[in-house]
Write a protein that binds this ligand. Structure first.
Ligand code: SF4
Ligand code: SF4
Length: 437
């Protein structure tokens, strides 16, 4: 009897078009630069000592609650929307914790490589690798905690504290504590943080639904050779073959690359893919689907989420565009109705409040309409204001009575900041009652 014919050997397939790990590293670089730029360019920063919120270069005061509200709501919805549409893509592509954790592992491997070149003795190698690893982490921790603390304290001020090795003031102690925590995190915790401490990971798990982008294992042809490469490369320590909805999975795609690498050599495409939801619609394979579905807008719920996001973005944009960098508040002070000076001038008191909410010095000029010869007793007009300065004063507004003057005169007071349009406030000016003939 002749032996059964062997199945034809398959030719290896060319390497996969997309390498997710390489792509992710480019995203890491991009988001790391954003992480640096946000506090240093005042794109987003909450200055606690000065009680200021910086957004897109605009300095917002705590009193500007509407803008801060819209900004926070927009950010919250952005994060939620990204989790509903694209799963834990934020965790694996953008989160600083993930970026620095993976970087720490690279440093560790690099230290071990250097140690191998430096000595043949295993104990000495271990010591050299450890010294390199912890020394680099210590320097990086100082830098990273400086950037992180800059989100809450003015970077220049922080830098001076760092130069003085300030361990006395609240700012200095906070900086030192953050440095220590960053070091411990990078040295010992890394991705364990994502599965144990990070609340956002759990929240994202709750936000996912049947159409969210996932990393999914599908093996209809029984092609898995159980090489476990997908398990070995997973930094979260899980086996994707046990299901797509594992809470630890950050949807990084490393297991996709690993499986493609192994199986393509044997003539099979990989068994793990990015796919939409529990029905596992392949992201690349469904060419017949509309482009809206292919970018993640797969049902009405997602359109509503996008509309809410748009609503907050428009609200934020409108609030920012209507904002006046210099605030001028004018009101009558009625603690005394009026006084008459020995030289015949009638005096009313006016309360002025100015706030320069911009980052440049400016000046504000005042003038009065409807009060012939009226004088505003300001020490200087225009009033100069430094960046962030508040000016508050009650001043005399005086005028010599004129024949047609009523007991109550309607006046209009103007304030104009440098380079801005004048703003009017309507007031009344009280005169002494005229004697009856
Ligand atoms: S299972 Fe795959 S996608 Fe999920 S965390 Fe592990 S390597 Fe990344
Ligand atoms: S890498 Fe692919 S073939 Fe290997 S165990 Fe994982 S799923 Fe199976």
């Amino acid at each position: 009897m002749s032996a059964p014919a062997k199945p034809p050997r398959k030719e290896p397939l060319p390497p996969a078009e997309r390498n997710h790990r390489r792509m992710r590293k480019w995203f890491h670089l991009f988001f790391f630069l954003i992480f640096l730029a946000l506090p240093f360019l005042n794109l987003m920063r909450f200055d606690i000592p000065r009680q200021r919120f910086y957004l897109a270069g605009v300095e917002l005061w705590i009193s500007e609650f509407a803008i801060i509200f819209f900004a926070l709501m927009f950010l919250m919805f952005l994060v939620a929307a990204s989790a509903i549409l694209y799963g834990r893509i934020y965790c694996s592509y953008a989160c600083p914790q993930m970026i620095f954790s993976e970087w720490a592992l690279v440093v560790k491997a690099w230290g071990q490589k250097l140690a191998q070149k430096g000595s043949k003795d295993p104990n000495t190698r271990k010591i050299i690798a450890g010294v390199i690893f912890y020394a680099v982490l210590a320097l990086a921790s100082v830098f990273l905690s400086f950037v992180f603390t800059s989100y809450f304290v003015e970077p220049k001020d922080l830098f001076h504290r760092l130069l003085r090795l300030d361990l006395v003031t609240v700012g200095g102690i906070t900086g030192a504590t953050v440095t220590l925590l960053t070091f411990l995190d990078l040295a010992f915790l890394r991705q364990t943080f994502c599965t144990t401490v990070c609340p956002y990971g759990y929240i994202q798990g709750m936000l996912q639904d049947k159409e969210t982008l996932l990393v999914s294992y599908q093996d209809p042809t029984q092609a898995c050779i159980d090489c476990k490469k997908c398990v070995r490369v997973c930094e979260m320590g899980i086996d994707i073959r046990n299901g797509a909805y594992q809470i630890e999975c950050v949807h990084c795609g490393d297991c996709i690359d690993a499986c493609e690498d192994v199986l393509r050599r044997l003539g099979h495409p990989g068994l793990i893919q990015y796919a939409w939801g529990e029905k596992a619609h392949n992201v690349q394979g469904e060419k017949k689907e509309s482009w809206l579905r292919r970018i993640g807008l797969r049902d009405g719920k997602r359109f509503v989420i996008l509309l809410v996001l748009l609503f907050y973005a428009i609200g934020l944009g409108t609030a920012l565009s209507l904002r006046h960098p210099v605030l001028a508040y004018i009101a009558s002070d009625r603690t005394t109705l009026y006084t008459v000076e020995p030289d015949g001038f009638v005096v009313n008191k006016v309360r002025l409040k100015l706030a320069n909410r911009s980052s440049k010095p400016t000046s504000v000029r005042f003038w009065v309409e409807g009060l012939p010869g009226g004088q505003l007793a300001l020490p200087a007009n225009p009033v100069s204001l430094q960046a962030g300065q508040v000016f508050e004063q009650t001043v005399d507004l005086k005028v010599k009575p004129w024949p047609e003057a009523q007991d109550v005169v309607q006046i209009r007071m103007w304030a104009q900041a440098e380079g801005a349009s004048p703003e009017a406030t309507d007031l009344t000016f009280l005169m002494p009652p005229r004697k009856q003939p």
